[in-house]
Design a protein around this ligand. Structure first.
Ligand SMILES: [Zn+2]
Length: 145
């Protein structure tokens, strides 16, 4: 799997990214698109889309999707004043996370500003685990609505 290389703005100003490039030929990419479209249809009246630059968030029992965060540290600790962050800022560790199972490691995806710009993923995934993830998330959404 290709190492992910961020664009300049992302590498300087962006939230943390993952190690591997998530290309549009990866089954995980298709699964995320399917989940996005499913959410769009199910939450049509709420216009919920955590994949967009929307500030939206959706949390299920085994997954969490959050729009790109523009939060910044406001206490200037990078200039050593104070010595550590005191404003409560936390960098965004992912935009999409599926917790996996006892045998399957979590899958985490980060993007830059909006999906699918600058998509990166924490590890290589198989078609089988991607399909399991998709089934879990879709059935959760079906039950909730
Ligand atoms: Zn701070």
């Amino acid at each position: 799997m290709k190492q992910y290389e961020p664009e300049l703005g992302q590498s300087v100003y962006g939230n943390p990214y993952k190690q591997y490039d998530l290309s549009d030929s990866d089954p995980l990419y298709s699964a995320l698109e399917a989940i996005r479209r499913f959410i769009e249809a199910v939450y049509w009246d709420d216009e919920l889309d955590p994949f967009a630059n929307s500030g939206d968030e959706l949390r299920g029992d085994t997954f969490h999707i959050q729009a790109y965060s523009w939060a910044l540290c406001e206490c200037d600790f990078l200039n050593d004043e104070p010595e550590e962050c005191t404003c409560g800022y936390e960098e965004q560790k992912y935009n999409f996370r599926w917790d996996g199972t006892d045998e399957i490691e979590p899958i985490e995806v980060s993007w830059y500003k909006y999906f699918p710009r600058g998509n990166s993923v924490n590890r290589e995934t198989t078609v089988e685990e991607t399909q399991l993830m998709l089934r879990e998330i879709i059935s959760y959404l079906m039950e909730k609505n």
